[in-house]
Design a protein around this ligand. Sequence first.
Ligand code: LLP
Length: 425
Amino acid sequence: MDHFDYRDGVLHAEDVSLETIAAEVGTPAYVYSTATLRRHYRVLAEAIGAHPDALRDPLIAFAVKANGNLAVLATLARLGAGADTVSEGEIRRALAAGTPADRIVFSGVGKADSELAFAVGAGVRQINVESRPELERLIAVARDLGRGVDVAIRVNPKVGAGGHAKITTGGATDKFGVAPEEALALYAEAAASGAVTPVGLACHIGSQITDLAPLRAAFGVLRDMTLTLRTRGLEVTRLDLGGGLGVPYAGGAPTASPADYAAMAAEVLRGLEVQATFEPGRLLAANAGVLLTRVVHVNVRPDGRRFLVLDAGMNDLMRPALYDAFHDLKPVHLTSAAPIAHDVVGPVCETGDTFARDRPLPPVEAGALMAFTGAGAYGASMANEYNSRLLAPEVLTDGARWSVVRQRPTYDQMLARDQIPDWLQ
Ligand code: LLP
């Protein structure tokens, strides 16, 4: 459920009209809803909290990659969320937003030595180690710094899942994690090093997962490995279950609810007496944001094909171009006109800049405001300046309050980042 609704025929983010935001901030612009973020966090926290016997002292670490805006991170941090991070930049964002270091998990397949050193120095909760070379480098970094760190070994359970091949991470040929047999060996090596402390296992098998069966299978692998490690005299106190739960992009109820998901996790972990970490990104943020855009014009070809040309492009919201993802598009001003087929496109110079083909939409005029829903996760965080288009600003609403939480840069700022060397002057 979200807090983007029509009031008197105008789409609002909580109590704020999107027309007001467009008039003051311009378009394209991302608009996030605090109430929706809070609701999604609470629903998940309550679902997990319903199983205190099996999911003890759990941590919900928001995947910063989904939405790294400091105001969004601060909103979640104040609710008690930790952060799942994959770069020094994301760790810095989480810290700057007030996330306690001992709630920050550092994941990722290619952490540089400098990033490992930064994470150890910052005192993060745990580093999820994804490979043998990474473990060796981390041990060396920890020795150099004279400071230890808790680690989890990320297991590749050979169970892939997800809404698209490009966001499936748990398959045997995917680059993530280590196979179960090797993970057991790495665990023992980490323990023997004396430099880092292995505390648990981690997995993340993919994103936009709508079927619990592959998640259950992956958690089962972690469970079996936990028992094996314990029979070898090694302690396992934490299991990191990753993120991945899908959201309904077209509205309606999710196919796998947070309650079903938590009940399943509890069933698999019951009796292990481990602390569970969850790393949701999309689940908390996707439906907490829209991308507000204005119609540049409607180009009706002689053959009748209608191109709805928007001022938002694939550089602002990349998911349709990259994954053929569906994002609903709503007119900001409600109309009763009968929908007709439109090809919804942006202004960028390639055919990939197509948000939808033959999408039934009410006819709109140049200048009309529209909003892509489900844009709060992997929207602004994946945006870029392709075609030298300015990054869209971000706005956060909270009831009747709203603030710009990231300014639209100026063209001067964009150009100032480049330098023409002396020898070309
Ligand atoms: N934990 C780890 C280790 C991850 O790699 C990811 C996402 C998450 C947690 C959060 O997953 P979520 O709960 O959001 O599914 N850009 C793609 C999604 C890529 C996800 C990458 N990893 C998209 O727009 O669909």
